[in-house]
Write a protein that binds this ligand. Sequence first.
Ligand code: ADP
Ligand code: MG
Length: 156
Amino acid sequence: MENFAMEIITKTPEETKALGEKLGKALKENDVVALSGELGAGKTTFIKGLAAGLKVRDFVSSPSFIIVNEYSGRTPFYHMDLYRLEGEEDIEDIAVTEYFNRGGVVAIEWAEKLKVLLPDRFIAVTIELLDGSRRKITLKETGTDRLKNMTFRGVS
Ligand code: ADP
Ligand code: MG
């Protein structure tokens, strides 16, 4: 399947969340969303939107010492934050890949730490800080067609 990418500028956290929600609505079971971007970029904000798009009712931002949070929504939803992981052993320890192909949607913050462990099909979300509260959000899919089918193409 051909790859597809788009770039969107958001000006507020609400816009970032709304973008996440639109993606969340387009996601299907076993989709993996890999988020990258520095601390404070807006990864968790985007994921709040994803969770809303998946009809998760009780989403909480990642608590400090929990690496995977599980929710139920339209599908199961697994939120991982790899910020505190260091080195390959840690990553093997938490068995990230066990959450793939379990019938849920997986969203991973600091996905750049996974490197080769990412699945063949995934949606990459990269958030860059611009000036003020503007963020440049790049969505790119490999092996799936969720972005193409989203209704928000061209937001902002
Ligand atoms: P991360 O998970 O990448 O560390 P968070 O989502 O926890 O980032 O935090 C992002 C912070 O930046 C929040 O305080 C949010 O209010 C603020 N913010 C300001 N502008 C934006 C924007 N356009 N999109 C997302 N967050 C923004
Ligand atoms: Mg975060």
